[in-house]
Design a protein around this ligand. Structure first.
Ligand code: SF4
Length: 344
């Protein structure tokens, strides 16, 4: 097993837009659109962080023996939508800030390299992140944006050897991450038989999104990401309807965008539920039937999925699964795997 470097990123749910069931807007949005915003966040994070904590997901992909690296994509394009830390210049470990908490052992400002990031862009503690107090680093997924920016957008020029490009590269990375996340979900939707009626639309938007990711850094920085996201989200909502329509029953929209923090739903029949943007932190879903659910943007940190059946559920990522708890009896979609930390 090669040594790896993993990384983190922060999202915040767009709770306002979630209040409208018919809104085509994306149900989560990045907390930061640019490096400038990240810097501003760093300056005030000590007071601000606590207030947003209930609304954030710290999603991190980890490349260790403990947690296999996978994303919820199961077609040929997936190779480009998985983090490949070996070919990334440690972007998430530099660009993004973190605050001392249960997830991180100390504070770090955005735009400064994590002290654990080595000169070869690998994490010096990657095998012991949880033990060292960096659990937040284990649940991040860049969807392949790191290597895309490092090797394609900047053609292998790294920010340490070329400090004049560092700031721009750090601004491009979060935008690329959003685009790759959209591609991940779109490709997942395209791989479903039930979405056949919209395969043409999905293919068109995938090609459009891929073309955008190939633009120059300066062109990427002026993209209207919210507008593109709205177009993508329209198709993802249709996908959700088609998938959940198989089993949808009255009342299944209750969880949509809602806080279910600490909810006691052991053994519940939740088939076809929309958990889009829902706060499911520390909820008990053990032995629940969660087939054909939509989990886009759902915060599953410390949720108990022991024995739960999530077969056929969509827009669920390995990072979300890694942040939850479960056991060997949890049934996951085939592209996801049981994290090793679930099985003592
Ligand atoms: S501890 Fe630092 S270098 Fe290691 S994965 Fe986390 S942010 Fe990256």
């Amino acid at each position: 097993m090669r040594s790896g470097r993993s990384c983190f990123f922060i999202f915040i749910r767009n709770l306002e837009s979630e209040s409208s069931a018919t809104s085509p807007s994306w149900k989560i949005k990045p907390l930061f659109q640019s490096f400038k915003e990240i810097s501003r966040f760093s300056a005030v994070k000590k007071t601000f962080y606590a207030s947003i904590t209930p609304y954030i997901i710290l999603i991190r992909n980890i490349e260790t023996e403990e947690v296999p690296r996978m994303t919820d994509v199961d077609n040929s394009k997936s190779i480009n939508l998985r983090a490949d830390c070996e070919n990334c210049f440690g972007l998430c470990c530099v660009v993004l800030p973190y605050a001392k908490s249960a997830d991180f052992a100390f504070d770090k400002n955005g735009g400064t390299a994590c002290p654990n990031l080595q000169s070869d862009y690998r994490c010096g503690i990657h095998k012991n992140l949880r033990e060292k107090g960096f659990r937040g680093c284990t649940v991040y997924e860049c969807f392949g944006a790191g290597q895309k920016v490092s090797q394609i957008t900047y053609k292998g020029k790294d920010w340490r050897q070329n400090p004049e490009i560092a700031r721009e590269m750090f601004e491009v990375f979060p935008i690329m991450q959003q685009l790759h996340e959209m591609l991940c979900y779109l490709n997942k939707a395209l791989g479903l038989e039930v979405t056949k009626p919209i395969h043409g639309d999905l293919q068109n938007v995938i090609e459009e999104t891929e073309a955008i990711t190939a633009l120059s850094p300066k062109a990427i920085l002026v993209l209207d990401i919210p507008m593109h996201r709205a177009k993508v989200n329209e198709l993802l909502l249709k996908t959700s309807e088609l998938v959940r329509g198989k089993v949808k029953q009255n009342g299944r929209e209750l969880a949509k965008g809602r806080s279910l923090i600490g909810a006691k739903l052991k053994g519940a029949d939740l088939r076809g539920s929309s958990f889009r943007g829902a706060l499911l932190i520390a909820s008990n879903f053990s032995d629940s039937d969660m087939r054909y659910c939509d989990f886009i943007g759902a915060d599953l940190r410390d949720a108990d999925l022991s024995g739960a059946d999530l077969t056929g559920s969509i827009f669920l990522t390995q990072a979300q699964i890694n942040s939850a708890n479960g056991d060997k009896n949890t049934k996951l979609p085939p592209s996801l795997c049981i994290p090793v930390h679930w099985v003592p």
